[in-house]
Design a protein around this ligand. Structure first.
Ligand code: SF4
Length: 257
């Protein structure tokens, strides 16, 4: 991507572009056009060898998973099944189900954890400030929101925005699995700890799941883990690392393995 364009998108994402200052008295030695670093101390984009699939990344698509009535549903049937679902206790406490939004044939599928208050109100994932930051992150990749599909691990808002419980994610998993089957994304971007843990069936810290390519299910869809935009709003110093993750996902979109 052109450097100027990249910088514009990064600015939209809120990533500060840092340029190394010369030590005192060394101004004359400062290179005229230093390479931009997103954040001092941020590790560089993983080397090509790091792009190898994680050796043992089990996924919900590997095993039989929970049986659901949606195994052969088409897109509209699936949407209806989600709307009418009462399979777990979350539906009783939310206004509406949040199916997902975007292009059902997108190359990139973004998966978060669960609807929050704004999402519950609007029936759309990733709205509000976190949604705006996600939009900026996508723009930084050269993608508009409507060019990707955005979904959550669970389709109903947990009370008080708590994390969805294991039983709830298990119950809701067939819907997400069918969404993945129908979309057939080339790359999945898993945002946030709950999403990564649910998709990869692991308790490994999110920081250790970043920077590598996981493979989801039998088709082996490349999956990249990054921070949730809501976390990035609280910890903007991590945006540089998130940008590394986005570049990794972008490289997979541009150069499918
Ligand atoms: Fe159904 Fe999922 Fe909502 Fe639970 S969270 S009621 S499984 S749609």
């Amino acid at each position: 991507m052109d450097e100027g364009v990249r910088r514009r998108y990064l600015k939209a994402m809120g990533v500060e572009l840092w340029e190394r200052r010369p030590p005192p008295g060394m101004a004359a030695q400062r290179p005229p056009d230093p390479p931009a670093a997103l954040d001092e101390g941020v590790p560089p984009l993983p080397a090509t060898t790091d792009l190898a699939p994680a050796a043992d990344s089990p996924s919900p698509l590997d095993g039989p998973g929970p049986a659901g009535p949606d195994a052969a549903l088409d897109w509209e049937g699936l949407r209806r099944a989600v709307r009418e679902c009462r399979a777990c206790g979350l539906r009783a406490g939310c206004r509406q189900t949040v199916f997902g939004v975007g292009d059902p044939q997108a190359d990139l599928l973004v998966i978060g954890e669960a609807p929050g208050a704004d999402e519950d109100r609007q029936g759309e994932p990733f709205v509000g400030r976190a949604g705006q930051l996600l939009n900026a992150m996508l723009l930084a990749m050269g993608l508009r929101r409507e060019q990707v599909f955005i979904a959550n691990v669970v389709k109903c808002r947990p009370p008080n925005n708590r994390d969805p419980q294991a039983g709830e994610t298990t119950q809701c998993e067939p819907f997400l699995r069918r969404q993945i089957e129908l979309i057939e994304p080339r790359v999945i971007l898993s945002v946030g700890r709950v999403s990564a843990h649910s998709l990869l069936k692991t308790e490994v810290a999110l920081g250790r799941l970043r920077g590598q390519v996981h493979r989801l299910g039998e088709p082996g869809i490349p999956l990249v883990v990054t921070y949730h935009p809501a976390y990035l709003l609280r910890s903007p110093e991590q945006k540089g690392r998130a940008w590394d993750d986005l570049q990794l996902a972008l490289s997979l979109l541009q150069n499918p393995a």
